[in-house]
Design a protein around this ligand. Structure first.
Ligand SMILES: O=C(O)COP(=O)(O)O
Length: 216
């Protein structure tokens, strides 16, 4: 296999954003008179985009409440996008290494595209990515394969020369359905069972680089 592109998930894969997402969730809950949640509870709600996160955090199916909650959540998260968020250890080095090899890199996140761009900029890694898409960029989000397929089409590469790196079942299923080999990262928010179908497992960012380089 020759690597034509590497697609990265964002939250739980490149960036540990749990504390900022928890703060945004708890600000949103406070606006509805609800008590704060622990990070361990919020962690389980991350992965299917902001709307899903807000809906779970408010425990509601009421469209008006979800809409209002989303406004609180997005306003707070925009203002505090990287107060506490940080790159996982070794991530910058891996991006540097792949960049030096001229391997095209992309972000395929379920986080809103604008929030994705903001956090990448705040953590000074936006320049590494040729393509940045979020949960609201395409008509469907992961685990649908559609975002991955659109991104690689735009980048001019095929599924069999692409790798998808992620921490959750959404990344692994999207990759599988798109015919793209997957690397499951064990340090993120997905439980170990979510990564069972991954083609490769990475226990550190170093492993990600090794797997990509071994795919040449
Ligand atoms: O914000 C989310 O729900 C998940 O975002 P991710 O796809 O980058 O993990």
């Amino acid at each position: 296999m020759t690597v034509g592109a590497v697609l990265f998930d964002l939250d739980g894969t490149l960036v540990d954003s749990l504390d900022d997402l928890t703060d945004a969730v708890n600000y949103t809950r406070s606006q509805f008179g609800m008590a704060a949640l622990a990070t361990t509870e919020v962690r389980r709600m991350i992965g299917k985009g902001s709307r899903n996160l807000v809906q779970q955090a408010l425990q509601t199916d009421c469209e008006a409440e979800i809409k209002q909650g989303l406004q609180f959540f997005e306003a707070f998260n925009t203002a505090h996008i990287a107060d506490k968020s940080k790159l996982y250890p070794g991530i910058r080095e891996v991006l540097d290494q792949l960049d030096e090899l001229a391997i095209p890199l992309a972000i395929v996140s379920n986080k809103n595209e604008s929030l994705s761009r903001l956090i990448l900029e705040a953590l000074d890694i936006k320049r590494y990515f040729r393509s940045i898409s979020g949960g609201d960029t395409y008509p469907e989000r992961k685990p649908s394969p559609l975002p991955l397929m659109r991104v690689i089409q735009d980048m001019g590469v095929t599924p069999d020369e692409t790798l998808m790196v992620g921490d959750s079942i959404n990344d692994i299923l999207a990759g599988r359905q798109a015919g793209i080999a997957t690397i499951g990262c064990t340090w993120g928010y997905g439980g170990p069972d979510e990564l069972l179908q991954a083609d490769h497992m990475a226990a550190s960012s170093r492993d990600v680089a090794d797997i990509v380089l071994a795919s040449f």
